[in-house]
Ligand binder design. Structure first.
Ligand SMILES: [Zn+2]
Length: 183
């Protein structure tokens, strides 16, 4: 049977990694064999852990590219039940799509988490493609830092800079549509 693809998306600080971590703990509780991967660009807290903003964590493999990742692990159904990918927006679009498809075809379940939009409100390509491929989609929301209502956007507090600047609370915050502008 084909594996199931679940994708968790939302703005920064919405709790995407916490949602991912919850599923990791469920899988471990069921004694599933799992692999957790994040892109090596996301080293704001640690290289070998995914860490939520409220300090929960789990070991992970910090991936430079898919080529080395495929050499490091044996992605066969007999060896792994589930693969978890965090910060998918920073992963190469074509490579990630191809390899996730391969995992699913082997009967391995995949759970992804990441930003759906950048602070300009533009869709992240890899997240968008994985959403299109998903069997199940979870969109979660933060709370607007100005008014406290549900926030769907990531607001950049400083002008300019790289699109891929990794999010820290001093650069980005969640905002509602009324209090957000692209920048
Ligand atoms: Zn607001």
């Amino acid at each position: 049977m084909r594996g199931n693809l679940e994708t968790i998306v939302g703005a920064m600080f919405a709790g995407k990694t916490s949602e991912l971590l919850k599923r990791i703990l469920w899988a471990k509780h069921q004694n599933k064999k799992i692999i957790v991967i994040k892109p090596s660009i996301d080293n704001r807290y640690s290289n070998e852990k995914i860490i939520t903003h409220n300090d929960l964590s789990h070991e992970c493999y910090s991936m430079s590219n898919w080529e080395t990742t495929l050499k490091k692990f044996v992605f066969e159904k007999s060896k792994v039940d589930m693969v978890f990918l965090d910060e998918i927006q920073f992963m190469d679009t074509n490579e990630t799509l191809k390899n996730v498809e391969d995992l699913l075809n082997k009967g391995i379940d995949v759970v992804c988490a990441g930003l759906d939009q950048d602070s300009r409100g533009k869709p992240w390509e890899t997240s968008s493609m994985l959403l299109g491929l998903s069997d199940k989609i979870i969109k979660i929301y933060g709370f607007c830092n100005v008014c406290g209502i549900e926030a769907t956007k990531t607001y950049r507090k400083t002008e300019g800079g790289e699109r891929t600047q990794v999010g820290a609370a001093n650069i980005y915050e969640p905002r509602c549509l009324k209090h957000w502008e692209p920048r």
